[in-house]
Every structure is written in structure tokens, then in C-alpha cells.
Design a protein. Structure first.
Length: 209
């Protein structure tokens, strides 16, 4: 059996196009893998704690080989519990709209909480970062209103969205990443046809998964 963690980064619920595209992919994947276990994290509803001073101190202690005690230990335990939910999955499905060239802030907050030394990555002073996650795959459903791979950049925006998500996942050890893009969602003559083209790509990706 395989475990999929579905992360929704748009707060637009039923109106979200990135989530609608991910839902198409997931439905097709479920047909192919009826025993798929799906854990859904909706970042608009499932609140992630602030990455506050105690959590920063706990992270720095782990990075420098110190022991966390008291409030710092409580903070590290909380980080570990949230990261463990991420680590438990072997497939990731991330539905992410572009916000101001990058990713929505709640997803960044989630990444800041879980992307920790000894949990998702290590650092070798000679060779640099190395990922601790093994044999995991990710699918990204990406939307943006004006930006698109075929739109002139920087006039219609710069992609710090897919590039950031890929760099983060790569650093954690997830290198097998597929993208399904519905871009642009607004500057398109026929939004329904553009969505349907992306949905077709989502279904054919699921058939190969
Ligand atoms: C706060 C905010 C910032 C946005 N920034 C951008 C942007 O930088 N570039 C862009 O092309 N679209 C931008 N958009 C438009 C969304 O990416 C677009 O509407 C997308 O389809 C929303 O996906 P969703 O339906 O999953 O929420 C922004 C939308 C919001 C709400």
C-alpha cells in the first residue's frame, strides 16, 4: 500500500483551480491504486503553529549538536510531530497557486516548520546539504493568473513558485517531481478549455504512476 499526503495551499476551497486539478489527478490515481491511503492537509483549515523563538532556538540547538530542554524540547517535539506526518508519506501531491511570484505564506510557514536538520536534511561542511527522504515522489499542480511558461518573463512575472518548490523538495531528498500546470488561469481566451487540457495531462500522468 502507498501513502499519499495531499497538501492544499490555496484557501479558496471549492473555487481553487490548483486543488481541482489535484482532485482530477487523485481520482485517476485512486482508480489505478485502489488501496492508496490519502492524508489531506488543508493549510487554510489545519493551522500550523508559528515558527517562534523557541522553535528557532530548538532548531539551532539541533544544528549545533546541543540538547533541547524545557520549552525548547517542547518546541522540538511539536516540530517533530508535524514533520513525522510529512515523512510518513511516500507520495506527495501539492496543489499550489502562485502568490506574488512565489508560494502562499501558509505553505512557506509549513515548510519552515518541517524542513529541519536530522528530519528532512543534513549538512556536510565539505559537500553541502543532503536529503534524508528516500524513495518518495511528488506531483505539483500549479496555477497562476498571469504568469505562464509561454508568457514573456519578467513582464508577466518570474517563476519563484515551481523553482522554489523543486529546490526545497530536492534538498529534502525528493527528486522525482512531476508538474501539472494550469497557467495562466486568467489571461487565457478559454479558461475552461485550458483547465480541461491540464486535467487531461493530470489523468495521463496518473495512469503512468
Ligand atoms: C495573494 C495573491 C497573489 C497572487 N499573485 C500572483 C502572481 O504573482 N502571479 C500570477 O500570475 N498570479 C497571481 N495570483 C493569481 C493566482 O495565482 C491565480 O488566481 C490562481 O489560479 C489561483 O489558484 P487557486 O484557484 O488554486 O487559488 C495571485 C493571487 C492571489 C490571491
Amino acid at each position: 500500500m502507498s501513502n499519499l499526503l495531499y497538501i492544499k495551499a490555496s484557501p479558496r476551497s471549492a473555487d481553487s483551480k490548483s486543488s481541482a486539478l489535484a482532485d482530477v489527478y487523485l481520482a485517476a490515481l485512486r482508480e489505478r491504486h485502489p488501496d492508496l491511503a490519502v492524508d489531506t492537509l488543508d493549510l487554510a483549515k489545519d493551522k500550523i503553529p508559528d515558527f517562534d523563538g523557541d522553535k528557532v532556538a530548538a532548531k539551532m540547538a539541533v544544528l549545533t549538536g546541543q540538547t533541547n530542554e524545557g520549552r525548547q524540547k517542547t518546541a522540538w517535539d511539536e516540530i517533530t510531530a508535524i514533520a513525522d506526518r510529512f515523512i510518513a508519506a511516500d507520495r506527495y501531491l501539492l496543489a499550489v497557486p502562485m502568490w506574488n511570484g512565489g508560494i502562499p505564506y501558509r505553505l512557506k510557514q509549513y515548510i519552515d516548520v518541517i524542513h529541519q536538520p536530522g528530519l528532512l536534511w543534513g549538512l556536510d561542511p565539505q559537500t553541502g546539504y543532503f536529503g534524508l527522504l528516500k524513495n518518495k515522489t511528488a506531483v505539483l499542480t500549479l496555477t497562476s493568473g498571469a504568469f505562464g511558461p509561454s508568457m514573456p518573463s519578467p513582464a508577466f512575472g518570474v517563476d519563484h513558485h515551481s523553482t522554489y518548490l523543486r529546490a526545497w523538495l530536492n534538498q529534502a531528498g525528493v527528486t522525482e517531481i512531476d508538474e501539472i500546470r494550469f497557467q495562466p488561469t486568467l489571461l487565457t481566451a478559454d479558461p475552461e478549455a485550458s483547465f480541461e487540457a491540464a486535467a487531461t495531462a493530470a489523468r495521463s500522468l496518473a495512469v503512468r504512476a
